[in-house]
Design a protein around this ligand. Sequence first.
Ligand code: AGP
Length: 599
Amino acid sequence: MCGIIGYYGQHPASKILIDGLKRLEYRGYDSSGLCLVEDNKLVCYKQAGPVTYLEGAIAHQDLKGHIGIAHTRWATHGAPNEINAHPHFDCHHQIAIVHNGIIENYQALKQLLSSEGHVFTSETDSEVLAHLIEKFYTGSLEEAVIKALALIEGSYGLVALHVNENKLVAARRSSPLVIGIGQGETFIASDVPAILNHTKDVVYLEDGDLAIIDEGGYQIKNLAGEPLDRRVEEVKLNIDQIEKKGYKHFMLKEIFEQPQSLVNVLAGRITNNQIKLSLNWHREAIERIIIAACGTSWHSALIGKYLLEEIVGLPVEVDYASEFRYRHPLVNNHDLFIAISQSGETADTLAALREAKNHGAQSLGIVNVVGSTVAREVDSGIYLHAGPEIGVASTKAFTAQITALLLLAFYWRQEMGYKIDESILSELRHLPAVVEKTLKANGQVIELARRFMNFEHFLYLGRGLNFPVALEGALKLKEISYIHAEGYPAAEIKHGPIALIDDNMPVVVLATKNDLSDKILSNIQEIKARGGQVIAIVDQDYEVVKKLADYLISVPPVHVWFSPVINVIPLQLLAYYIADAKGLDVDKPRNLAKSVTVE
Ligand code: AGP
């Protein structure tokens, strides 16, 4: 997810662009850049780091250009550095573009354009847009953009300019763009916060729209060049609400972003019933898998153990990264060490990775932040493309990590010569839609949150793949509502924790169908027999569970391998709504940081 802003008007553009980028940093903040049309040339600046670095770089420049574009980046392809920052240019530095989205066929386009003599300077997918527009440019930027977009597979929010044309040309497919209508000036941006200081009158572009912004204001057309009429709307929300898309907290926004973040994880990785990953590994040499991580990512690692052992058939060891790094692990070149880290900067995970590499292990990273230290130090990796996760409590990264582990397991099995069952691939493709359906049931969770918000202790129980999900549900509750909660393998309660059960200890039981469902029923009976209250997460019309549990949260049924992605959602929502009902700072819980870069 990136932030884009463009300006055409009677004022110097640079300050308007910088202020707009600052309002969009919640969409990405690893690098930024701007480009102005000034005296028939392009005047451009790019900086790695937050927008204030770009602001510093132009502070003493007398920038007069009244037409310009700017971009704050969340890297998906190519490290977050100056060369990969947007805007990107054609070979002759006459065309500049800023882009938000993922171009799935960029390698093929880059190959074609390079064979025609185009010279690329960045590692990004976005740069192909600038060279494609150049390829088709014969004097009309609008026409060249239309021809270029006809070859694009994937998503874009794009704004382009040409040094010889006093206009901006924009287009959207799956990545948002909004036009701001000012007095004698026009704005275009990824989101309203960037322009709200200037106007409340906006036009939201729709997929397939093209917008031309010039001294006459703006026109909207389709990609056949036919004029379109789009409604002008007045923005009602304030800036803070809009950055959160109207959600009260970033955490809630990120919980509800999960259908889209899973679409992004899968994008370009399932083609013609084949899983497509590019891993730099010696697969046949691997005899054992070691996964190390922290916190929520450690829960994903546990899920990865179940999936990889069952689907790939190799032994998997899972370790807290902080323990692995100090226990002098017996690791060798027949091990694949997998580091799972949303931030890619967690000190313990990084240290564990270096320890494993020092012992000769191959390494693979499952990381969200492109260009982060873990991502740069592994032999190969799978980026989540889940977009910035601002809330300290990890939600969309967790389900994205599990989906990445599923892709890895299926890809590995495919490389071993097996065909992945089409029904499984179909379920994988439809996972985002099932997540969407699961989120619709949040009303039943809000009611439970109100009922249980003042309890001081919770138990979370699950078996098999539901055990790590129980741990994750307990962690979510602990870290944002400050209520004590423990996750256990359900059968373990007989070995001690059942002594805790009474009606002051609600027990959340993951009771979705798997090969241990009958066992979980007896665990529920054991709890009920001791006066415990049971909140059961179920996926079938489980008559027997309905009779036993005090409260039910139902989720759509899926193949057991996909169940952690679905079953965790009510637990994320339960923790959120309890913490919100208690009036706590959900996005910035006490004592916690988003990335633990210290030991
Ligand atoms: C999870 O909600 C927490 N924010 C925390 O446990 C987190 O998962 C852990 O610090 C690991 O972070 P990483 O994925 O960035 O390495």
